[in-house]
Design a protein around this ligand. Structure first.
Ligand SMILES: [Zn+2]
Length: 83
């Protein structure tokens, strides 16, 4: 038996946990947009507005956070000791 087989990793889909958090960063001046849960459309609008005010700033990085959780697998004694 191998220890790695006794734990499973999956996306954390518990209530209240966002599917993703999106935030945009300008690659010219490193200013960041606000962060938002589950919908990156506001950050895309922010990038367009930012370039509108700073025509030389045309490169952006979309930062996406997702949440993951390790749970005890079948046969793992921690499965019985639910936190
Ligand atoms: Zn900028």
């Amino acid at each position: 038996m191998h220890a790695y087989a006794e734990w499973t990793l999956s996306a954390d889909n518990r209530e209240g946990v966002p599917v993703a958090i999106f935030q945009m960063m300008c690659m010219s001046c490193h200013v960041m947009s606000d962060a938002a849960d589950n919908d990156g459309s506001r950050q895309q609008t922010w990038a367009l507005d930012h370039t509108g005010r700073n025509p030389g700033h045309q490169g952006f990085k979309l930062i996406t956070e997702t949440y993951w959780r390790v749970e005890p697998g079948r046969g793992n004694p921690y499965r019985e000791v639910e936190a």
